[in-house]
Design a protein around this ligand. Structure first.
Ligand code: PRP
Ligand code: URA
Length: 244
């Protein structure tokens, strides 16, 4: 996966919209979307393919959960591309040498409950030593306001790169509340990773928190009158845990 396969998002000030371009096989593709500089939308065909699998209403709980984990791993691979490395001494069976290893940077993965839990194992498969925090949040079905019910973070969260994960970024209310909470606990470097997003949520979160990086597997058309992403994939939590 190369950086060229990621959308590069630049703000086009005069039109208040954004030109997104990507380059693959020497060809440049362009799209118009309302976004900001701190938003990356992945274009990798494996991510796109897997998102199409889980959109299908006939995708069962087991497959849905598996594929969410696979997408999380593919996204995590790119999200962590800028981790710093340092040269360390190594002794191979042949001779002494030096090789790059991830520099002291500690990580925390923070899923927004419940659906975010589906992304944890995929991320942990890349960084097994990461600590895991939890932010319990559900959307009130009437008001769409996030309601907090459980929060627990690693004690040294201020020294960690924090990856907040949630497959769905809809209105952005839950993501905003989670970011606010993590910031209040002292976190300084935060990345928000979602699989499907609505333009409304991307705009809201990126404007409210211009200091964090936001990553999306896909940005859909918009929200319906109940705050669901369209065409979307339905209720991610229910589909991961088979509760509906
Ligand atoms: C879903 C999803 C996000 C939130 C997104 O969770 O996992 O956390 O909705 O919506 P928003 O951007 O409008 O806040 P939900 O409240 O359904 O809880 P669940 O994961 O327990 O099902
Ligand atoms: N939460 C979900 O699980 N799905 C949506 O489409 C919106 C919010």
């Amino acid at each position: 996966m190369s950086m060229k396969e990621i959308y590069h998002i630049k703000e086009k000030k005069e039109k208040k919209c954004v030109k997104i371009s990507s380059e693959r096989n020497g060809k440049e593709f362009r799209k118009e979307k309302i976004m900001r500089e701190n938003v990356t939308v992945f274009e990798h065909p494996l991510i796109k393919h897997k998102i199409s699998l889980i959109r299908n209403k006939d995708c069962g709980t087991r497959e849905f959960r598996t594929v969410i984990g696979e997408i999380a791993m593919l996204m995590g691979y790119e999200v962590l591309r800028d981790l710093e490395t340092e040269l360390v001494d190594i002794e191979t069976p042949m001779e002494k040498t030096k090789g790059p290893m991830i520099k002291g940077k500690k990580l925390a993965i923070v899923p927004i409950l419940r659906a975010g839990l589906g992304m944890v194992d995929g991320m942990l498969s890349l960084v097994p030593t990461a600590k895991v925090g939890h932010v319990g949040m559900y959307r009130d079905e009437e008001t769409l306001e996030p309601k907090e019910y459980y929060c627990k973070l690693p004690v040294d969260i201020d020294q960690r790169l924090v990856l907040i994960v949630d497959p769905m970024l809809a209105t952005g209310g839950s993501a905003d509340a989670a970011v606010e909470f993590v910031k209040k606990q002292g976190a300084k470097q935060i990345k928000f990773v979602s699989i499907l997003a609505a333009p409304e949520g991307v705009k809201y979160l990126s404007e409210k928190h211009p200091d964090i990086q936001i990553y999306c597997g896909e940005v859909d058309r918009g929200l319906n009158e109940h705050g669901y992403i369209m065409p979307g994939l339905g209720d991610a939590g229910d589909r991961i845990f088979g509760t509906k």
